[in-house]
Design a protein around this ligand. Structure first.
Ligand SMILES: [Ca+2]
Ligand SMILES: [Ca+2]
Length: 179
C-alpha cells in the first residue's frame, strides 16, 4: 500500500513537470523514434536497427541519466483503433548511449544542448513483436503507437520498482515481398 502510494505520487510529480513544458507524453518520458524525423517510417524488411531517443528535459524531476538503459523495453503498441496490445515478450534495446540528438519542442529541431538517451532496437525484433497470434499489425502505411517502459537506476529507489513510460508513433512501410 505504501509502495503504491509512493509510486503514484512520483508519477504525478513527473507528469506535472513534463506537462508544465506543454509536451505530448504518456507518463514521464518524452520518446522520439528516429530523431530528426517526424513521421518515423519503419521499413519492416530492414535488417538494421531502429534508433530511439528518450529526450533530455531541463524542467523535469526525471533526467535521462536516471534511467537504467538496460531496462528500457518496447512493452506494447496502441493500435489505430485505440486498443492496446501488450507484448508477451517486451523488446529490449541492443545498444545505448548518452548523446544530444533531439529536442522535446520539435521532432525536427535537432540537438538542443541537453543530452538524450539513445537506444537502438533491432527492427526485426520489433516486427516479430507486431505479428502475434492476436493481431498482425505489419501492414503498409499502418501507423501505430509504441509504448516504451524503463526503470530508474537510482539505488535509493530500488525495491519500489518505479515504472517510467513514454510513447511515440511509427509508420510501417512494408516493401514488396519477393517470391
Ligand atoms: Ca521522430
Ligand atoms: Ca537533446
Amino acid at each position: 500500500m505504501k509502495g503504491l502510494a509512493k509510486k503514484s505520487f512520483f508519477g504525478l510529480i513527473v507528469g506535472m513537470a513534463v506537462l508544465g513544458c506543454g509536451m505530448a507524453f504518456a507518463q514521464g518520458m518524452v520518446v522520439d523514434v528516429k530523431p530528426g524525423s517526424c513521421t518515423n517510417p519503419v521499413n519492416t524488411r530492414s535488417r538494421g536497427v531502429l534508433p530511439v531517443a528518450i529526450v533530455g528535459l531541463t524542467e523535469s524531476a526525471l533526467t535521462v541519466a536516471d534511467i537504467d538503459p538496460v531496462t528500457v523495453h518496447i512493452v506494447g503498441v496502441i493500435n489505430d483503433d485505440g486498443s492496446d496490445l501488450l507484448f508477451v515478450n517486451p523488446v529490449p534495446a541492443i545498444r545505448s548511449a548518452l548523446e544530444d540528438v533531439g529536442s522535446p519542442e520539435d521532432c525536427e529541431a535537432g540537438p538542443d544542448g541537453i543530452d538524450d538517451l539513445i537506444l537502438k532496437f533491432k527492427t526485426q525484433d520489433l516486427v516479430s513483436a507486431l505479428k502475434t497470434d492476436a493481431a498482425d499489425l505489419v501492414t503498409n502505411n499502418n501507423q501505430v503507437t509504441l509504448i516504451f517502459e524503463a526503470t530508474l537506476n537510482d539505488g535509493t529507489e530500488a525495491g519500489i520498482d518505479i515504472q517510467i513510460q513514454g510513447t511515440d508513433d511509427i509508420l510501417l512501410k512494408v516493401k514488396k515481398q519477393k517470391k
